[in-house]
Write a protein that binds this ligand. Structure first.
Ligand SMILES: Nc1ncnc2c1ncn2[C@@H]1O[C@H](COP(=O)(O)OP(=O)(O)O)[C@@H](O)[C@H]1O
Ligand SMILES: [Mg+2]
Length: 354
């Protein structure tokens, strides 16, 4: 499994030369070649570049040879793309897509990697696309009896807000169903603001989610694993603004975080259990960060969303939560790569023809 495929072709520009390393006993072994996909055609391009840098810096150079695949904002790959054909990437043992948001975290790149028949880190096509879509996440979680925030869906083609006004109390949160980084999200306090918020969100997705605003605390939990996922200790996000918006996430550097979150033991355990159940419900694999809102008045925990390629920057919460739970960054990457290889091996035991 750990033996790298030799770069068969003469086209060795990307994969480079054979990667040899020497272990303690003098025995030589091949390094695992890991393709890092980053950048991408999404609003989170810059964050992806930072996440990828942090991942590459944390990878053990004695074990891995990194092969970089940068995707521009225009969707162009450099120095060349991954091809959708089995065996077309002879120099690559495993792919780590460090792409956030659209065209990276939503199942599209995962589909390409399935066609290419390469092992890759993180959720598959189904888990990625269900998790990317906030309405689908709510539907599969609700079907399992998991607590999700009450919502109404509004479509761009018929942006009627009357049902939301009837069904939900103000204030409400309005968001594009498929996006991240708080882009296109706003809080509405009355019907006028609701209409404006829907118009804004509808620029980013045909499908818009309107949901009840929860007054309380924001908590996150990291999950790791394939069929037996485990949850980290949770953390708390303390936004510096009215909510955790784009500026607060990436520009201001004023939001505070606390790991582990200061919660009663039972709440911590409930949150970790819900995180794993949400992860299973959406059929996530590899890794996922489940975000919660804890309502002050009721003491209830609500699942807000799951991110299948969470941030990996030096200040990101996914690696930080694992660090506090006993898995340092480099070991986390080792584990994610192991999980990717395990999943690929298992999938290859499947028959695709009669
Ligand atoms: N129903 C809600 N009640 C209170 N705050 C919310 C609600 N929905 C979203 N928020 C706030 O908006 C932020 C971004 O919303 P989220 O659903 O996490 O979208 P994104 O995928 O862009 O991160 C959250 O981190 C939280 O601060
Ligand atoms: Mg979020």
């Amino acid at each position: 499994m750990a033996a790298a495929t030799k770069n068969a072709g003469t086209d060795a520009g990307v994969a480079g030369q054979e990667a040899h390393s020497t272990v303690g006993d003098g025995r030589e072994f091949m390094k695992l070649r890991v393709a890092i996909l980053y950048g991408g055609r999404s609003g989170e391009h810059e964050v992806s570049v930072r996440s990828a840098r942090a991942v590459m810096d944390a990878m053990d150079a004695a074990k891995y040879e990194v092969v970089e695949y940068f995707i521009g904002k225009d969707g162009k790959w450099s120095p060349r793309p991954i091809l959708p054909e089995p065996g077309a990437q002879p120099g690559i043992d495993v792919v780590f897509p460090v792409l956030h948001g659209t065209f990276g975290e939503d199942g599209t790149v995962q589909g390409l990697l399935e066609l290419a028949d390469v092992a890759y880190v993180g959720a598959g096509v189904l888990g990625s696309s269900v998790s990317m879509d906030k309405e689908m996440t709510k539907r599969v979680c609700a079907e399992r009896g998991l607590p999700v925030i009450e919502y109404v869906t509004v479509m761009r083609e018929n942006p009627d807000t009357a049902e939301a006004c009837r069904a939900l109390p103000f204030p409400m949160f309005v968001k594009p169903a498929n996006l991240g980084s708080s882009v296109g999200i706003s809080k509405a306090r009355n019907c006028e603001e609701l209409k404006a918020a829907v118009t804004l969100a509808a620029q980013y997705d045909r499908k818009v989610i309107v949901e009840r605003a929860i007054t309380g605390r924001e908590l996150e939990c990291a999950v790791l694993g394939n069929d037996a996922p485990v949850a980290s200790l949770p953390c708390e996000i303390l936004p510096s603004r009215e909510f955790y918006d784009y500026d607060d996430k990436y520009l201001l550097d004023r939001a505070q975080t606390q790991v582990p979150a200061d919660l009663p033991v039972e709440k911590t355990e409930e949150l970790r259990r819900l995180a794993v159940e949400c992860y299973r419900a959406v059929e996530c694999q590899g890794m996922g960060r489940v975000d919660f809102l804890l309502e002050t008045a009721s003491g209830r925990l609500y699942i807000n969303e799951i991110n299948t390629i969470p941030g990996f920057t030096s200040i990101s919460m996914y690696p930080k939560m694992w660090e506090h739970s006993g898995i340092p960054f480099a070991a986390l990457i080792d584990r994610l790569i192991e999980l990717a290889l395990e999943r690929h091996r298992r999938k290859n035991a499947t028959r695709f023809t009669r």
